[in-house]
Design a protein around this ligand. Structure first.
Ligand SMILES: Cc1ncc(COP(=O)(O)O)c(C=O)c1O
Length: 368
């Protein structure tokens, strides 16, 4: 089906940036700069500056950023890591794949970990808290830091959905031992294939990640510093991402503008909960505009049938997938929101007429 308002239109965005992206492509290709070259370093420097950390280390994906972060923190067999019950499954899988046990905590109305429930699950095996800043809005990092300090826990931030968001001006990805980033194509800063990064202020962490992404090798000396992985951010992707990063402040403004239009158009609809939290100091960048409709699938199906492409993440919480063998201790907020979530189109290539169409279609579902 051809949607009148697609969820994303990467081809349309490419046309807008064509000159710069093509130039980046030709430079990489003609110089043969494919692996671990200047484009990667430049992007890393610019990313670190943007996030507000000393270092950024480009990796293959957000998953790799989480995985390497857990390894650098020394987390492994027998350790427990606190994770939210509502997130993309990779947050939890990274914990399992280092041999540790994810301990799930319910979320609250803003989709982020319920900080007042974290202490209940802390045991003498707990080593880290892995908060996720979902949809472009940060978890309550001040409170998480207090808890981490009290119990001597490491914080690893899953910031994959929140590049550019902040609390009191301090950027997502600059609060923990590491911040983990994904440049999956549909992220707020998306590549043309998979990509990711770690940000950190700690030089040892940066060095470890640089070595581990290159099979444990120190590139200057050839010495192996452990059994590592092949998970370097490609130079070509880094070159593309660096072009896009320059536009990010402007794109965030556009996202906020779209969010405001949605807010104005839908705020009187009592069956719809909107993602506006008005918490002082918390800056929402709207990676996703996720509404909660009491009508669940009827609402999302209606939008799709009428030309608005929406995404439903997720109707089934990840911990309910049997093969993952996770402990479901009952997470009522996660379950309630999973029945109701619906992500409306939110991207920088969408035009005003398409936004009007989304608004009209949502309102028509509610017979307005
Ligand atoms: C919250 C969150 N964590 C982790 C990831 C994993 O990132 P990637 O797909 O780049 O591995 C994603 C990406 O979808 C994500 O949204």
């Amino acid at each position: 089906m051809k949607y009148k308002a697609p969820f994303v239109e990467p081809g349309k965005l490419y046309q807008k940036l064509k000159n710069e992206l093509d130039q980046a492509y030709f430079e990489v290709m003609s110089k043969g700069d494919l692996i671990d070259r200047g484009q990667l370093r430049t992007f890393e420097e610019n990313l670190a500056k943007f996030v507000g950390t000393k270092y950024a280390i480009g990796l293959n994906s957000g998953y790799d950023a989480l995985h390497i972060s857990l390894r650098v923190a020394g987390i492994g067999i027998g350790d427990e890591v606190v994770v939210p019950a509502h997130t993309f499954v990779a947050t939890c899988s990274a914990v399992v794949n280092v041999g540790a046990v994810p301990v799930l905590v319910d979320v609250r109305k803003d989709f982020n970990i319920a900080v007042d429930r974290i202490e209940e699950v802390i045991s003498d095996k707990t080593k880290a808290i892995l908060p996720v800043h979902l949809n472009g809005y940060m978890a309550d990092m001040n409170r998480i830091r207090e808890i981490a300090k009290k119990y001597n826990l490491i914080i690893i931030e899953d910031a994959c959905q929140s590049l550019g968001s902040s609390i009191d001006g301090k950027g997502a990805g600059s609060w923990g031992l590491t911040g983990c980033w994904s440049f999956y194509p549909f992220k707020i800063l998306g590549g043309y294939g998979d990509g990711g990064a770690i940000t950190t202020d700690n030089p040892d962490v940066a060095l470890f990640a640089r070595r581990m992404r290159y099979n444990g090798e120190d590139r200057d000396t050839g010495e192996y510093y452990g059994h590592g992985f092949t998970c370097l951010l490609d130079n070509l992707q880094a070159a593309f991402l660096d072009v896009k990063l320059r536009y990010l402040p402007e794109w965030i403004k556009r996202r906020k503008n779209i969010a405001e239009r949605y807010r104005k158009a839908f705020s009187g609809i009592s069956d719809l909960i909107l993602p506006h939290y008005n918490r002082p100091g918390f800056d929402h960048v709207y990676q996703n505009y996720v509404v909660r409709s009491k009508q669940g699938d009827d609402f999302s199906d209606y939008l799709k049938q009428n030309g608005v492409e929406v995404i439903v993440q997720f109707r089934k919480p990840y911990y309910k997938h049997k093969a993952l063998k996770l402990v479901d201790r009952g997470f009522p907020e996660t379950e309630a929101l999973c029945r109701e979530v619906c992500s409306l189109p939110m991207n920088v290539e969408i035009d005003d007429e398409q936004i009007d169409y989304v608004i009209k279609t949502v309102r028509s579902f509610y017979r307005l």
